[in-house]
Design a protein around this ligand. Sequence first.
Ligand code: PPS
Length: 570
Amino acid sequence: MPDLIAPHGGRLNDLYLQGTELEDERTRARDYPSWDMSPRQLCDSELLLNGAFSPLSGFLGKDDYERVCTDMRLGDGTLWPMPITLDVSEAFADGLEPGQSIALRDLEGVLRATLEISDIWTPDRELEGERVYGTRDLKHPAVDYLVNRSNPVYIGGKLKGIDAPVHYDFKHLRDTPAEMRARFKKLGWRKIVAFQTRNPMHRAHQELTFRAAREVEANLLIHPVVGLTKPGDIDHFTRVRCYEQLLDHYPEQTTALSLLPLAMRMGGPREALWHALIRKNYGCTHFIVGRDHAGPGNDSNDEPFYGHYDAQDLLVEHQDEIGIEMVPFKMMVYVQDRAQFVPADEVREGEVVMNISGTEFRRRLQEGLEIPPWFSYPEVIKELRRTHPPRHKQGFTLFFTGLSGSGKSTIANAVMVKLMEMGDRQVTLLDGDVVRKNLSSELGFSKEHRDLNILRIGFVASEITKNGGVAICAPIAPYARTRAQVRELITAGGGFVEVHVATPLEVCEERDRKGLYAKARAGIIKEFTGISDPYEVPESPELRVDTVGVTPDQAAHRVIVKLESLGYIR
Ligand code: PPS
């Protein structure tokens, strides 16, 4: 059947077992060592198993991995730009051997697939970052993931699918590649242009996708990513409701919407190639690529990681081999006199052009300001406002950090009382000592225990914040990396305001309210922050307060003013 030909002429994979084969493997898997997959591995395995990553039939083995990293090809020469690897802990890998099988489970422990091991190796993950993403800079989300989050050992091997993951949300919008192809066939769509997105779509996007489809005389597939996108992106529940609203504004029968559970890497040019291969597998003939496709933002020197058009250039080079045609994404602007969006290069002299940048749009959303209907349909804005209310209605975490005796608890208490006096917020105080009594009573002060303590506080604060409350935390939190992790966790669902209580060590020691510094100096208390243990000073907190010569009331007032200026209270 020609419609099941995947890129490079290969077949579209469906790795799920059926009938007795399935039951036999399920029985055998009871004795296999079990690995609980991470959210990224869950996304990857879903797309491996349903054929979206054809021709791959499992997680990459070592030879394929090496060649993918160096020249974007599998061992047999087939184009494949992204290493799809199964990273596991040393403890899990210990004792495993090629030829053995392992069970892959989801977060609830349900068996999703088994993998017959072909290779086990310890990669150089920083080198992988450099080869694949062209950098070792941790500002690149994929490099950060590789270095700080992924596990140290890789296992390669073929997959056997047991149970496909169940998605309880937007079931009517989830299609496997085979289902999507069948749908196109049924509709009689022969040319399909796919649009990839991880953001809400506004009128400019609608216009550019519509024009792209018209230009190549194709139907349009809006194919947003709902797996893992860039930290800080708008959640997929909100986005999908927005896409559904937008769909009504396309001419009937021209456009389809389907969700792609992909874990993006923000890999720029290589990622564009990967996206195109995936869309080819879903049966698309054309793919829209814009400026900075799947771009990771700027590096540590505030320079872009990739050139604006690198992704387009790389895809054009390989489009024939993939068998999909790139449609360049045009920058659209609104021409007031024509009451219409047009490509920027078609604006006539003297015409008044209007545009709202992404940053300006987010600001208006955050501050509850007007967003004009020429920019986005009111139904779309209404959906966005439901889950992204203005800042003064959002939850937030106020995170005090500083040395013992710096005054964190005193200021935190004063701020709490002031917020309660205002009356329209539910406030929870997670003070260092209180947390250690209740949440973390078994923990000591090693780096490992301190980190665990802070991550627990972060977890509780993120739940409070997500649900619209205010969490005030006041631990020492001496490590920058852990504070950053907490920030990331919390900003996914609301605000995060870091206050460094920067009272100098000499002053804290002189005050020595609890007599702990004396004990630390005498060596009675070990690993004491500032004396025999580190405190990494925050580089760019939202606010820094030194309590020398300042009353607690004045310090708390500064915090309140900061919260007002950030828009969290008014
Ligand atoms: S941490 O590092 O963030 O987990 O620390 P935290 O949970 O805030 O706990 C700090 C309080 O514990 C007391 N204490 C110590 N602090 C630092 N180092 C050592 N070794 C230590 N041992 C006990 C101290 O009273 C801290 O309270 P604060 O309010 O900060 O003075």
